[in-house]
Design a protein around this ligand. Structure first.
Ligand code: TNX
Length: 498
């Protein structure tokens, strides 16, 4: 019997027979998120009471061991005809192990209402730990807005595949999506619309807190991004004094200028899908007072340890201005208590402190910029999101109705069959992040269409040991559409590659 667990665990040894979960089965577990996840999942689909008891046939056990780093997520799962035991040194490790147990059960376990099934867990011993600590997905809520319910649904998509980072791209030319109490126009003006000109939206502080709590309950860290110094048209529409002093028509094509300012020359929120035309005023002190306030507010609203300051596609910004901007903004972040994350272009500033997380996004077909190599040699850690492998907003093939093609098309095999250590040789790679930009995606079902079936593969790239094999993976993946069906995920792409 072949198991179809994704991401592939470190070691799997099949045993004899199987455990059968019944209406009489009890669970023993220390109180925590892992126990809540386990009983929630099992009770929902089976309809069994699964009471917590001292000696349940299904047991979660915390044992002494390392509490941080990759070891915190390590677990051991042992199932025999007598029961199932998951052991870890942290509740987080147990939580990851629960996701493995979930995948050992039949697809019906994904059902949101009780169903009748043979609840069998094959006998097996699994030991497991992730390869990388950063296993993320970016969701762009700026181009099209996705509300709290949609983001929670999105988080649900990440959990079974052991992803642990949700990067929210909160601001762009088309919208500013997080309430900043000291600057109410950022959202009252800056969030009014979205791509295509329809109604936009934003997260209130309460809504954002709800997302953070929902993510934290699932051991997912939210990384908020305020994209700077480009991608700032919405902020400038809200507060026009943040616009640079250079005349727009001196650097931006005339046809675009007309979409960016009103008759009086005031910036307006952009509803198209071009990139790289905006820049926040780099020479004004006001900009940095604004950013100290905004970044402080975002940091105060976010418990996770990271703050993403963007840095991508500042195409109208001179290299001198770009470097000056980063030199002035970078020192603000440590004052907020967070570690800086930035897109790869930020390496050009030469100002990144060691420990910075640099997000590599250019396609692997392009040469690695010298500045990235230098930064990586100077203690900067890389998050790998090369567009031609990890951009889930790319079309699967030419006929895909949604998505972009600027970095080619991205089939299921291509998004799986690469190694994050390869593109930048010798760099300290901390993980992998898939990116779901939303220029062409406007509904939760659109997101599903681009996620499935590519997301599990990127999760495996981030979790599982190198030396993976596409054919073996494909055989495991073939068992997963039944799980999505059972979970009510209907709009996945029916790929001929499976
Ligand atoms: C590049 S990647 C962008 C985004 C676009 C995306 C579309 C990056 C850092 N910037 O602004 O949405 O391509 O694929």
């Amino acid at each position: 019997m072949e198991l179809s667990v994704i991401p592939a665990p470190q070691s799997v040894t099949l045993g004899d027979g199987a455990f059968v979960l019944t209406a009489e089965t009890a669970v023993s577990a220390p109180e925590g998120r892992a126990a809540a996840e386990l009983t929630g999942l099992l009770r929902t689909a089976t309809g069994f009471p699964l009471p917590l008891a001292g000696d349940g046939a299904i047991a979660l056990i915390i044992e002494d061991g390392p509490q941080d780093g990759l070891d915190a997520e390590a677990y051991r799962l042992e199932s025999t005809p007598a029961g199932v035991t998951i052991t870890a040194s942290t509740d987080e490790g147990l939580f990851r192990g629960v996701q493995t147990l979930r995948q050992l059960l039949p697809a019906a376990i994904e059902s949101a209402a009780p169903v009748t099934a043979e609840w069998i867990v094959p006998a097996v011993t699994i030991t497991d730990a992730p390869r990388f600590p950063w296993r993320g997905v970016l969701l762009d809520v700026a181009r099209h807005f996705f509300d709290v319910a949609a983001v929670k649904r999105f988080i649900d998509r990440l959990v079974p595949y052991k992803l642990n980072i949700l990067h929210l791209h909160l601001t762009d030319d088309q919208g500013w999506r997080l309430e900043i109490p000291s600057h109410p126009k950022l959202t009252s003006v800056g969030a009014a619309t979205q791509v295509g000109g329809g109604a936009g939206g934003f997260f209130s502080r309460e809504g954002y807190a709800e997302i953070l709590a929902y993510a934290a309950d699932r051991y997912i860290t939210v990384v908020p991004e305020i994209d700077l110094p480009g991608h700032t048209q919405a902020a400038m529409a809200a507060y026009p004094s943040l616009a640079p002093s250079w005349p727009l028509d001196s650097r931006v094509e005339e046809s675009l200028v007309r979409l960016l300012i009103d008759r009086d020359g005031r910036p307006v929120v952009y509803t198209g899908t071009e990139v790289g035309f905006s820049e926040i005023a780099i020479g004004k002190d006001e900009t940095y007072a604004f950013l100290r306030d905004v970044l402080g507010s975002v940091a105060a609203q976010t418990p996770g340890g990271y703050l993403h300051i963007g840095g991508d596609e500042a195409l109208k910004t001179t290299p001198e201005d770009y470097a000056e901007f980063l030199q002035r903004v970078l020192p603000i972040v440590p004052d907020t208590g967070k570690t800086v994350v930035a897109w790869q272009e930020a390496a050009a500033s030469g100002a990144l402190p060691p420990g910075t997380r640099l997000q590599y996004w250019r396609p692997t077909t392009e040469p690695v910029p010298e500045a990235v190599g230098k930064a990586a040699g100077g203690g900067v850690k890389l998050i790998m999101s090369p567009a031609d492998r990890a951009y889930l907003d790319l079309k699967y093939d030419e006929s895909t109705p949604l998505g972009l093609t600027w970095a080619g098309t991205l089939g299921v095999e291509r998004s799986y069959d690469w190694d994050p250590a390869d593109p930048v040789p010798g760099a300290d790679v901390v993980g992998v992040e898939a990116a779901l930009w939303s220029e062409t995606l406007s509904t939760p079902d659109d997101l599903d269409f681009m996620l499935y079936p590519r997301l599990p593969g990127l999760a495996e790239v981030a979790w599982s040991a190198p030396g993976r094999d596409w054919d073996a993976y494909r055989a495991r993946l073939a068992a997963h559409p039944a799980r999505w069906d059972s979970a009510g995920i209907t709009n996945y792409f029916r790929s001929s590659e499976l």
